[in-house]
Design a binder for this molecule. Structure first.
Ligand code: SF4
Ligand code: SF4
Length: 307
């Protein structure tokens, strides 16, 4: 009889505890409830989930929250591209603002052989570390070739070839991670209004003789390009290309730009992106250089650029 009483008492106690705990949890659920915008989950489900931060937010989740809150544009995900922007816009019930696909450009064209005055470097194999060591290479502006940008790229779209960072335009999504990673700030994102555009492939701001002493390709600030095309404006001894006014389909502009390339004594102006038909013919039997192949698919944001 005593045993039955004890069991009943224990069961009643357990039941009372369960009811009390349930009531507390129910109250806490109501008291601390935070409404979650269902659109956040839906937006996250259409983002690629690579968390590259190219949109300017810590990850895809934070970007989804910002979009749902109306604090971010729907087309900031470069890896997701136009289809992703369209899907996010659909969830938000808005139209996508048209924008150009942005891609990375490396403002340096010198490979090992073209860099003069290199000395042995035995420090940590990273550009950030080497950038602190005076005299590792003569040019204090050019690519250090130790792959900080390569490690930052989620898309395997940038490689160091013979000491120079080279973009693979088949893979670059324009996310800008490499732009942030480069301690020398020689990578920028520019709007590709055509599959092949002109780029200033040098970042050296020194005067001509100093540039010639450290690089066979460096821009010597002679202003020849500026004299033939109004698209260039000299800044810190370097021509800056006005991508806002650059219209690749404009015949007069194309003529001027071709002339600027001809006039450049240092070959510091380069076409980047998709190869021209004549280049494809000329290299029909060879493997194409990585930077001469493009596949443009995305629409991305309005970050600043320079060329
Ligand atoms: S190369 Fe740069 S911009 Fe292009 S995908 Fe890689 S990190 Fe992003
Ligand atoms: S582009 Fe910048 S980060 Fe990339 S290898 Fe050159 S110096 Fe290093």
């Amino acid at each position: 009889m005593l045993t039955v009483t004890l069991i009943t008492l224990a069961a009643a106690t357990m039941l009372a505890l369960a009811v009390a705990a349930g009531s507390i949890l129910g109250w806490a659920n109501r008291a601390f409830y935070v409404a979650v915008d269902a659109r956040v989950t839906r937006i996250q489900s259409v983002l690629p989930g690579v968390n590259c931060s190219g949109c300017g937010y810590v990850g895809c989740g934070e970007y989804a929250e910002a979009v749902a809150a109306g604090d971010a544009a729907v087309n900031l995900c470069a890896p997701g591209g136009a289809s992703c922007a369209q899907a996010v816009a659909g969830i938000m019930g808005v139209d996508v603002e048209p924008s150009w696909p942005y891609r990375a450009i490396v403002h340096c064209a010198a490979r090992f052989d073209q860099r003069l005055g290199r000395s042995e470097y035995r420090g940590e194999l990273s550009c950030s570390a080497a950038n602190l060591v005076a005299g590792y290479q003569g040019c204090t502006y050019g690519c250090l070739g130790l792959e900080d940008c390569v490690r930052s790229c989620e898309f395997d779209a940038i490689h160091v070839i013979e000491g120079l960072a080279v973009i693979d335009y088949r893979k670059c999504t324009g996310c800008g991670a490499c732009v942030d990673a480069c301690p020398r700030h020689i990578i920028s994102r520019v709007p590709f209004k055509a599959s092949r555009i002109l780029a200033v492939a040098c970042s050296n701001q020194d005067f001509g003789n100093d540039v010639r002493a450290v690089c066979t390709f460096g821009c010597i600030g002679c202003k020849a390009c500026e004299r033939v095309s109004s698209l260039f404006a000299m800044q810190d001894n370097l021509p800056v290309l006005d991508y806002d006014s650059y219209e690749p389909d404009s015949a007069p502009q194309a003529e001027e730009l071709d002339k600027s390339i001809e006039k450049c004594p240092m070959e510091s102006l380069l076409w980047v992106g998709e190869p021209a038909p004549e280049d494809i013919l000329a290299t029909a039997d060879e493997e194409l250089p990585l930077r001469a192949v493009a596949d443009f698919k995305t629409t991305v944001d309005q970050a600043e650029w320079r060329g």
